[in-house]
Design a protein around this ligand. Structure first.
Ligand code: TRP
Length: 348
């Protein structure tokens, strides 16, 4: 069996550091590992429209932003096929056939969909397109015969549902589709990076994100105003590192080299955490260190982003080429699916 990756993001805004540690960093590593036969990275504009159908211009504008974020983080168009979901019409057709294999109650039980319905106030008027997006996500994954899907923790229920659909399809029509597995970030802090305000999730509407495109000053300002341990009032007070976003960010970003360069009094994060927990380490010092770590990590990304942003037509040309290539691959799977379902009436 081939080793194929399919992954992607909704273009609803610029990507932030939660996306970076949650999946982007890992995707780049996997891309450069040389262990994969094909890598597809999809900008999920059609999925973004399921809850932004009134604002297609916004989705369109954010395709450019997400593509810039991808390429500046190291997604390499020579190694990965980066494409736009809506340009691959085969995905819609696959979705239509898969719809017969899923019940309404199963969709309503999907925890990610459930949470999003609440968050978007869709409880009273739920667009069918939104409710069914896990089915279209199954089409995205299976169209490319992907066995590996590197995503953030919130996407696990999607992959689970995709696996179920694949099993139903193969059970009914014969072994055709590949059952995918999710690849999650290596550490717990990366699974879901909290907002700078301590809220469970970074979200544009809460204004608690640090973006990959933020300037050095913006990063510093956001770090310096971060929520920490509200009971750590005096430097000498014992502090909590567990629900403290500054330490969660350090978990996700800091390595021993950062200590060597910016805070040599500790050998590693464990030593620093122990000091905070027993008291005597102030929030200001933690934030200064975190700022240094984030600046070092994000500076090269921002610089590449600024350079790439000078030629937007070149970005769209990469996406156009990628979309054509993706379309050809999806068409092969669609043909397999129709053959398996015996609806390939005019093929002899
Ligand atoms: N649901 C993903 C998000 O919210 C985007 C997405 C669409 C995706 N199709 C996918 C991710 C297939 C992985 C695989 O960002």
């Amino acid at each position: 069996m081939k080793n194929i990756i399919l992954t992607g993001d909704r273009p609803t805004g610029k990507l932030h550091i939660g996306h970076y540690v949650g999946s982007l960093r890992r995707r780049v590593e996997l891309q450069n590992s040389g262990k994969f036969d094909k890598i597809y990275v999809m900008i999920a504009d059609a999925q973004a429209l399921t809850d932004n159908f009134a604002e297609p211009e916004r989705v369109r504008a954010n395709i450019t932003e997400v593509a810039l974020d991808y390429f500046s983080c190291g997604i390499d168009p020579n190694k990965s096929t980066v494409f736009i979901q809506s340009h691959v019409a085969e995905l819609t057709e696959l979705t239509f056939y898969y719809m017969n294999l899923v019940t309404l109650s199963r969709l309503e039980r999907n925890p990610t969909v459930k949470a999003e319905i609440k968050q978007k106030n869709f409880e009273l008027s739920l667009p069918v397109g939104f409710l069914t997006y896990p089915i279209s996500q199954t089409a995205d994954i299976t169209a490319f015969k992907a066995n590996v899907v590197p995503v953030g923790g919130d996407q696990l229920p999607m992959i689970e549902q995709a696996r179920e659909i694949v099993r139903s399809f193969n059970g009914l029509y014969g072994e055709t589709l590949v059952e995918p597995k999710a690849v999650l970030p290596e550490n717990k802090s990366c699974l879901r990076l909290p907002g700078t305000d301590g809220m469970a999730k970074m979200s544009k509407s809460l204004g608690n994100c640090i973006y990959l495109s933020d300037s050095a000053d913006e990063i510093k300002r956001k770090v310096m105003s971060m929520y920490t341990d509200p009971n750590h009032l005096k430097v000498t007070d014992p502090g909590n590192t567990e629900n403290n976003p500054t330490f969660i960010y350090l978990d996700a970003f800091a390595c021993d080299g950062h200590f060597e360069r910016y805070l040599p009094e500790y050998a590693n994060l464990e030593e620093m955490k122990a000091h905070y927990e027993r008291g005597g380490l102030g929030d200001m010092k933690v934030k200064k260190f975190l700022n240094a770590v984030l600046q070092e990590t994000l500076e090269p990304i921002r610089t590449r982003r600024e350079a790439l942003a000078k030629d937007i037509p070149a970005i769209w040309e990469i996406l156009r080429k990628g979309s054509e290539e993706a379309k050809a691959a999806a068409a092969e799977t669609l043909a397999d699916v129709k053959r398996a379902m015996k609806i390939d009436y005019f093929k002899n």
